[in-house]
Design a protein around this ligand. Sequence first.
Ligand code: SIN
Ligand code: FE
Length: 330
Amino acid sequence: MDRGADFLLSGTTALKTEDLKDQMQLVTIGKTDLATALQTPKRLSNYCAQLEAGDILFFPQTPIDIPGDDLAFLLGHQQVGGAYHKNIAYRPLEDRITGFDAQDSTGAKRLRGIMRRYSDDVIGFLRGFLGPYGARWKVDYASYRPEEEQGRDLSLRKRNDLLHTDAFPTRPTNGDRILRFFNNINPQKTRSWITTETFDALVEKMRTGKLNGGRVPLPSSMTSSAAKRALASLGLGTLAPSLRRSPYDEFMMRFHNFLKENSEFQKTCPKQHWEFPPGSSWMVYTDMVSHAVLSGQFALEQTLIVSREVMVIPEKSPYGVLSRLAISQN
Ligand code: SIN
Ligand code: FE
């Protein structure tokens, strides 16, 4: 394992490391490292801890085998309704795709088959690699991202080129974790990311007035109020997402929006640049690591919602951080 692969820092914008005290690391896992790690439970726990601390695990050669025919098909296909559907999504539990041309039923069937296989393979790999979690996760969507990310015309809150931590507007997690596994399938171009500090550091800065642009009210308790519970029990919680959301999810959603809407923060925060080359994979807790994609085209991704009960360092998780702050406010 080799920490901090310097060659991956593009250096196009100054990397102001002195501003990033607990800088996140890129943990590079080559083929031999991977083979050894898969036989060594202690190393796997260590990788889980590194992910939870906000590091990015990087596989220069993807451990996922994607057949050449599948790649050729993917690279030849665009999505439709790009303004409405940000990506092509595959829902493994329903075996369904969205965001693809419904008129093209042969193409849709083929794409669904490719996505099903990709999703199964990633989950199969993660079952071994994330062995310490004992598969205590929900399999969320996979996605295909065929659009060039640079200069995409998306509404501000949907933009991915602005730094943010992830939160799902319609799929609350209640403190469970958003883990994402990516493949850059572009044959030539790197996928270019920036990151800044992790969730815990950003919330602390916001709380102490050191983050420009105001604040998001911290949850006063992490349990849903009696009123919300009563509405939910009457089936009325489905009326509006904000009624359905737990205090945790409400905060995470507002924090996501707050970061994207905060132009001063976007401009001035210290940044690290990462370039993910063709054929590589990387994985990251995107509810913890603030991230943005600046350029790149053609990526595959699988999301898992990992139970907060199996975290190796639960105190570092967004739920752990917010629970402590909620208690200290009372
Ligand atoms: C994001 O999760 O914000 C976008 C990441 C990517 O598509 O590379
Ligand atoms: Fe994101």
